[in-house]
Design a binder for this molecule. Structure first.
Ligand code: NAD
Length: 386
């Protein structure tokens, strides 16, 4: 390892994303050995000393902190990885930018567009490298979808539709706020399914199909009041439990998006489908190694939907893994993002989505909420993303 250039990581947050990112860093040396840069797990931060110490030992961090400000202030850290709830993304990112650190930030970029704008401004002014973990782009079947769209095989695109369906908040007794339930509290999360789930769909959609220009949305909060874990009081629920919107893309195609946490039976059913003049593609997170593809130019007697098992060495990222036919999983999308981030340090290219790219998704999320609140169409102002 001596010849490698080191990127010393300081990671904040030891929950679900703290684990997926730590796993990503740990597996780079084995699966992307040619990269010039190597991640060093320098320090991890979380507020409970006992828990963060155990996390550091379990995942191989050299040290730990209980205050993210102390982490950001350390001279032996090059990059801050933000894996905390949405209400701390901006504060940590601004401090990291001021300290000249690279920033890897979980999605959504921020709770609001205004917060996101301060982050973009600070990072660009400081000239620090950024990336936001819209990780679904780096599932091989989704990356293959991007290659197919960019090759022009679909021809003119008419329709884009996406769903992200869950069912874990149907119980009206579920509290809001605090550990494990910050997503239910609008002050922590910024919004409900729009920023949490649809943001993923919007990032993928604009990456595959260009900018979303205007939206018409409806949201619903099915359970209006819930006990707050931190105050013990029953308080109004400020998040959207469900959100549906339709939209125009800059390329003239129409979009249809739905997300809810009230679709009984669905755990994380993220699906998208694109219909073009010559061909269509569709993908489903529950069967993530497959991309379905319909090509109208096929001979008519065998024409139909093909189910492409995206596990061949010719297909995106798959020459890193096992043998054709053997699938990979959710965690690999994070490993791929770490690898692409490290590669971008060699090439000097951005590692999309950058903060500026993620701001475009934030613009759409904000327009969606404004549209639902005002019952009117809203322009997003979003630009194309890389
Ligand atoms: N890319 C994805 O697919 C994906 C999936 C889940 C979550 N996320 C995003 O990742 C972020 C974290 O979500 P999660 O599911 O890991 O949450 P989580 O509740 O599992 O973990 C959050 C962690 O942050 C810590 N934390 C909170 N405030 C802190 C502070 N001020 N200082 C230090 N540590 C603090 C908590 O102790 C906990 O360890 C959110 O922004 C979320 O939207 C992204």
């Amino acid at each position: 390892m001596a010849q490698k250039k080191q990127i010393r990581i300081g990671l904040v947050g030891t929950g679900l994303m703290g684990r997926t990112h730590s796993n990503g860093y740990n597996r780079i040396a084995n699966f992307f050995p040619e990269l010039e840069y190597h991640p060093v797990l320098k320090a991890v931060c979380s507020r409970n000393a006992e828990k963060v110490k155990a996390f550091a030992e379990q995942w191989g961090f050299e040290s730990y902190e209980t205050d993210w400000k102390a982490l950001v202030a350390r001279d032996d850290i090059d990059a801050i990885d933000i894996c905390t709830p949405n209400d701390s993304h901006a504060e940590i990112a601004l401090a990291a930018a001021a300290a000249g650190k690279m920033i890897l930030c979980e999605k959504p970029l921020a709770r609001t567009l205004a917060e996101g704008e301060t982050m973009v401004e600070a990072a660009e002014k400081a000239g620090v490298k950024t990336t936001v973990w819209y990780n679904y782009r780096r599932i091989p079947a989704v990356t293959l979808a991007k290659q197919i769209v960019d090759s022009g095989k679909l021809g003119k695109i008419f329709h884009y539709r996406a769903n992200f369906l869950q069912d874990w908040t149907i119980n009206a007794d579920l509290p809001q706020g605090g550990t494990g339930l910050w997503r239910m509290d609008v002050d922590s999360a910024g919004s409900g399914v729009t920023g949490d789930l649809l943001a993923h769909c919007i990032d993928t959609a604009m990456w595959l199909n260009g900018a979303i220009t205007d939206v018409s949305a409806m949201t619903e909060t099915f359970v209006k009041e819930r006990m707050h874990q931190l105050t013990g009081k029953v308080q109004p629920v400020g998040i959207d439990d469900a959100c549906l919107f339709h939209c125009h893309f800059a390329n003239g195609s129409l979009g249809l998006f739905e997300s809810t946490r009230y679709a009984r039976g669905h755990k994380a059913l993220y699906t998208f489908e694109i219909n073009g003049e010559h061909a269509s593609i569709r993908w489903d997170l529950h069967d993530l190694n497959r991309l379905e593809y319909f090509d109208h130019s096929d001979e008519s007697i065998v024409r139909g939907w093909r189910s492409i098992h995206v596990t061949d060495g010719d297909q995106p990222y798959m020459n890193r893994w096992w043998i054709p036919g053997c699938g990979i999983g959710y965690e690999h999308s994070f490993i791929h993002q770490v690898a692409d981030f490290l590669k971008s340090l060699e090439t000097g290219e951005p590692c999309g989505p950058t903060f500026r790219d993620a701001l475009q998704t934030q613009k759409v999320c904000e327009a969606v909420i404004e549209s639902a609140n005002s019952r009117s169409w809203k322009d997003t102002g979003a630009e194309a993303i890389g």
